[in-house]
Design a protein around this ligand. Structure first.
Ligand code: X2X
Length: 345
């Protein structure tokens, strides 16, 4: 063999070895499956958005990152207010999570559950895409979880099996299921109802059995979970809080990926989130009421509030707003109020 051929063979084998070690590094660092948690069921927009993210990532990484979705908060045995801690600790690799469920750990996330703070979609967008969203992402990041994109569960509307709710007195003594997040106890206690904390997994059978009278959730969840079949025949559209979702990755998992793959996962989260928000709003807007009509067709009585009725709810929950403004941080709440005001212009 000529010397040059020998050199070529040598360089080739070094190159092959380098390639192999890169593949091995990938094989060693990358898991065969990444567990992605959602609290909702798979078929609602929240679950569809998670699936879109998983599919985009798989396609764009040529299968290097393979994500499996675990609905119903099953990775934390249904205990949805433990989800954030489980992501931080690495029990969960990734999630599309509700700000409500993570607010016990990151108290500023309660801002979206401030009663009657957020009037419409323009206001939601102004908050999550603006300074408030940036500050919340940096708090989530400081808590050890990498936030990538904002999605949406939706405006939460109240349903019950007893009677139409148009004023606070209509819910007096009503047993209403709420998520295990303290702000919700305060809101419904102030309104004269009896809030009962339980997970979403427990809530669905409890509603069907009539152990509780009502619940509050976005219409996509109401419809997706067929709550009209669980006796929830009265629905009030009051837009009292909005429930954004956050697409996140555990920090160690994030750091285990190459820079190129991180960028792919981030971009896929942004793309999936945009589609998810559109799905969550579809059929429930003044331009397209198709899903609202579908709910009516199931024999549900829908109430919208007059401005006086709306005011009665705002007034009754004002002390709760003031108390939680201090807890969340007055500066952040004032920033939100300013951004919402500007979104009206
Ligand atoms: O538990 C709920 O109500 C749900 C599914 O909307 C959340 O996870 C916040």
């Amino acid at each position: 063999m000529k010397l040059s051929a020998l050199f070529n063979a040598f360089f080739l084998s070094v190159a092959v070895m380098a390639c192999l070690s890169a593949t091995e590094a990938l094989a060693n660092n990358y898991k065969s499956e990444y567990k992605l948690s959602i609290v909702a069921d798979a078929q609602v927009p929240w679950g569809q958005g998670a699936q879109i993210w998983a599919d985009l990532v798989k396609e764009r990484t040529a299968g290097r990152i393979n994500i499996k979705i675990y609905p119903g908060a099953s990775l934390v045995q249904g205990e949805q207010t433990r989800e954030f801690t489980a992501i931080r600790q690495g029990v969960i690799d990734m999630a599309v999570g509700s700000t409500i469920n993570w607010s016990p750990q990151v108290k500023q996330l309660n801002i979206f559950s401030m009663p009657f703070l957020i009037p419409d979609y323009a206001a939601v967008d102004a908050l999550v895409q603006g300074e408030v969203g940036r500050q919340l992402f940096s708090l989530i990041d400081n808590a050890g979880v990498v936030p990538l994109a904002w999605g949406e569960n939706g405006f939460r509307q109240i349903s019950n099996a007893k009677q139409p709710i148009k004023l606070p007195e209509d819910m007096k003594g009503m047993k209403l299921r709420v998520v295990g997040s303290p702000l919700f106890l305060d809101i419904f206690t102030a309104l004269g109802a009896v809030p009962v904390q339980m997970s979403w997994a427990e809530a669905q059978p409890a509603l069907a059995k009539g152990t509780v009278d009502g619940q509050e959730n976005p219409l996509s969840i109401y419809l997706g979970s067929k709550l009209y079949d669980a006796g929830q025949k009265y629905l009030t559209l009051w837009n009292y809080v909005n429930d954004p979702l956050v697409f996140v990755v555990n920090k160690n998992i994030w750091n285990s990926w190459t820079a190129q793959d991180r960028e792919i996962v981030r971009q896929a989260a942004l793309d999936a989130a945009r589609q998810e928000v559109a799905l969550a709003r579809k059929g429930f807007t003044p331009e397209d009421e198709s899903l609202l009509k579908e709910i009516v067709n199931h024999g549900v009585e829908i109430s919208a509030l007059t401005s006086d009725q709306h005011e009665a709810f705002v007034k009754a929950t004002r002390p709760v707003f003031d108390k939680w403004k201090e807890r969340i941080g007055a500066a952040l709440v004032d920033q939100a109020l300013m951004d919402i005001e500007n979104s009206k212009k």
